[in-house]
Design a protein around this ligand. Structure first.
Ligand code: NAP
Length: 305
């Protein structure tokens, strides 16, 4: 593959930035990948494992001369980082992000960027429950989706170039409007995470079942919940605070369905339960057929999320 950007700066060096850097270098997609993270410890680890070609001690130095800057920090601090880097952005550069929520990030970042840069938000739909600079791996985005969320009047060439980068990284790309993105993700990711957090919390609170029993006898259902519920607390706090409306809408619907199932169980309405589970099983088949998960008993999830 050929170089798509001469210099790419990644701000935040966790799972997503680390995986991007490794995949960009795997594909030879950039002349140089420069990184910056907030803490000295993360920068030291990134240097030690050679995560990027160069690690800088300030965000301003990292973005200097970069053709693409990708914000890979928690959603709640995207705006602060935009303020920090704005004066040092190269004219004509593209600024993107990988935040799990789009409308709030756009509102937080866009007002701070100079007019002579292109802002093209994006969200790769891939992750694991691990975080930090050692958690990245080059294949994380292979065959997964990356949603590109161009703003009105966006420069077509800048959008196409970012999409080419994500395809070079291994992902498939689609374009989506920000509010619709937030609703789709509330259904497919955000609400399921909240449910997993809740179920693990319930098991923890239920003193009639000891912690050791929960761990020892955790069957696939609960084990999958614990994996999701081990996800980074800062990232997920920020997701819910910043995708409030869509998450609350889906949670409202979820609660209604849950009550309906609860009622069916109480009334012994097996037909209702069977019909419901038949419908949901078809959705699982659709996900496997679309190549977004495997049929392996452990869901093949050690390396995907
Ligand atoms: P992560 O592994 O926890 O890494 C976050 C990075 O951001 C760390 O390097 C952290 O630095 C840095 N950081 C935090 N606050 C900062 C600040 N104020 N200024 C500069 N750097 C700061 O997180 P991640 O999983 O890569 O997630 C990053 C972004 O990707 C989030 O917006 C998330 O919503 C999105 N995303 C995540 C997933 C997923 O499944 N994990 C999937 C798709 C998108 P320190 O280590 O020094 O604190």
């Amino acid at each position: 593959m050929s170089v798509i950007y001469d210099r790419i700066a990644l701000i935040g060096l966790g799972l997503i930035a680390g995986s991007m850097s490794l995949a960009i270098r795997r594909g030879g997609l950039a002349g140089e990948v420069v990184g910056y993270a907030r803490s000295h410890a993360t920068r030291a680890t990134a240097r030690e494992i050679g995560l990027c070609d160069r690690i800088e001690d300030t965000a301003a130095a990292a973005v200097e001369g970069a053709d693409l800057v990708v914000l890979c920090v928690p959603v709640g601090v995207m705006g602060d980082v935009a303020v920090e880097i704005a004066p040092n952005l190269k004219p004509g550069a593209t600024v993107s992000d990988v935040g799990s929520v789009k409308r709030a990030v756009i509102d937080a970042v866009a007002p701070h960027l100079p007019e002579n840069v292109h802002f093209v938000p994006a969200h790769p739909l891939a992750g694991t429950e691990h975080s930090g600079p050692r958690s990245g791996f080059a294949t994380l985005f292979d065959n997964r989706w990356c949603l590109i969320v161009p703003q009105e009047g966006a420069d077509r060439a800048a959008v196409d170039r970012l999409e080419a980068l994500w395809r070079g990284i291994g992902a498939q790309t689609d374009e989506m409007e920000a509010d619709h993105h937030d609703l789709v993700l509330a259904v497919t990711s955000h609400t399921p995470h909240l449910i997993a957090y809740t179920m693990v919390g319930v098991a923890d609170d239920l003193r009639r079942v000891t912690d050791s029993e929960v761990i020892k006898y955790s069957a696939a259902g609960f084990r999958d919940f614990t994996r999701i519920a081990a996800s980074d607390p800062t990232m997920w706090r920020d997701v819910f605070l910043n995708n409030r409306e869509a998450t609350l809408e889906i949670l409202g619907r979820f609660t209604e369905e849950l009550f309906a199932l609860q009622r069916a169980i109480r009334k012994g309405d097996g037909d209702h339960l069977h019909a419901y589970f038949t419908r949901t099983r078809a959705i699982r088949r659709g996900i496997i057929e679309a190549g977004q998960d495997t049929d392996a008993p452990d869901f093949g999830r050690a390396r995907s999320g």
